[in-house]
Design a binder for this molecule. Structure first.
Ligand code: CAA
Length: 314
């Protein structure tokens, strides 16, 4: 039912109808955000789009170059909304209003009306730089360009644009609807007003913000990834089974998940990419990626999303 009701709204994205839906407190700030563009319809992009529409109550344009991915994304959003209605966390009316705030596109050009862009594409500098270079020419001069990179330098990504003062890191945690933290990372040139607008937006999403300097891995992954990497090294050396490593940390330190389950949940390719950034950018051998981590990724065993990682999900 939600899908049918919102078909018209989705197809009218290029018009102005979505603007009328905004009731967010964010729109009352000095730099009003009336529409958010999210680039990338993977697990992070969908989570970010979901909290923007559901909590902040801003219209969202979800962009992915892969049409199938945006279609799958909307189905995932529908499932999240249905689940929240079933759990009586939100009303049916609230769910329908949230769904009506979504539109999708497969081209960056369709994001030209957005005031705040959040990129959540693959963790690869070349891909992100290309996206930011294009966004810089497409988006309004006052639009803020944020990246959900988990480790790449914000300053490097910003250098692909002619507006580095409007580029900022906004690092969400997975699963975005559940995790309360957003790390905000100003690049070398980011201006204070952009930091404040970003903080206001993240707060309106129900998140607590920390501000971190533009260092490899920021804080969350600077601490988390060496921990996961060390767990993979223990496995590689056969010092303990995967299950025993996970049980040790889950029951022994009250973690919601053991490090290897968490690695599969995040994606082994993402963990490897972050370790490589830490290793290459610090030059410190303590961040050397585990050989087994590289091997799993080479085999296409990316974790839960591919059906096989440290554990087999098939
Ligand atoms: N999207 C939306 N909601 C989700 C979800 C998802 N993908 N996965 C779980 N949830 C929700 C469930 O619906 C449930 O909600 P209710 O409480 O309203 O029922 C709640 O989360 C708890 O889920 P479950 O009961 O199914 O399972 P759980 O109690 O084991 O919790 C978990 C699941 C929240 C993922 C928990 O295991 C956890 O906190 N794990 C650690 C997650 C973590 O460390 N994330 C950070 C990763 S690092 C990162 O993201 C940074 C990076 O750059 C790599």
């Amino acid at each position: 039912m939600l899908a049918i009701k919102n078909q018209a709204l989705r197809s009218s994205f290029k018009g102005t109808s979505y603007r009328a839906l905004s009731t967010s407190p964010v729109s009352k700030t000095a730099n009003p955000i009336k529409c958010v563009g999210v680039i990338g319809s993977g697990q992070m992009g969908l989570g970010i789009a979901y909290v923007t529409a559901n909590v902040t109550k801003l219209p969202v344009v979800l962009m992915d170059i892969n049409k199938e991915q945006t279609e799958k994304g909307l189905k995932f959003i529908d499932r999240l909304l249905l689940k929240d209605v079933a759990k009586q966390k939100i009303t049916q009316e609230h769910a329908e209003e949230t769904r009506a705030r979504f539109s999708t596109t497969n081209t960056l050009e369709s994001l030209s009306d957005a005031d705040f862009l959040i990129e959540a594409a693959s963790e690869n500098l070349n891909i992100k730089s290309a996206i930011f270079r294009n966004l810089d020419t497409i988006c309004k001069p006052e639009a803020i360009l944020a990246t959900n990179t988990s480790s790449i330098s914000i300053t490097k990504i910003a250098a692909a644009t002619k507006r580095p003062e409007k580029v900022i890191g906004m690092h969400f945690m997975n699963p975005v609807p559940v995790m309360k933290l957003v790390e905000i990372i100003p690049g070398l040139a980011t201006c204070p007003e952009v930091l404040e607008t970003t903080r206001t937006l993240a707060t309106s999403m129900g998140k607590t913000c920390t501000v971190v300097k533009d260092i490899p891995g920021f804080v969350a992954n600077r601490l988390l990834m060496p921990y996961i990497n060390e767990a993979v090294m223990l496995l590689e050396c056969e010092f303990a089974s995967a299950e025993d490593i996970d049980i040790t940390m889950k029951l022994g330190t009250n973690m919601p998940m053991g490090p290897l389950t968490l690695a599969d949940f995040i994606g082994l390719d993402t963990c490897l990419a972050i370790m490589k950034v830490l290793h290459e950018n610090t030059g410190d051998s303590k961040y050397r990626p585990a050989v087994l981590l590289q091997k799993y990724v080479d085999a296409g065993w990316m974790g839960k999303k591919s059906g096989r990682g440290i554990y087999n999900y098939k």
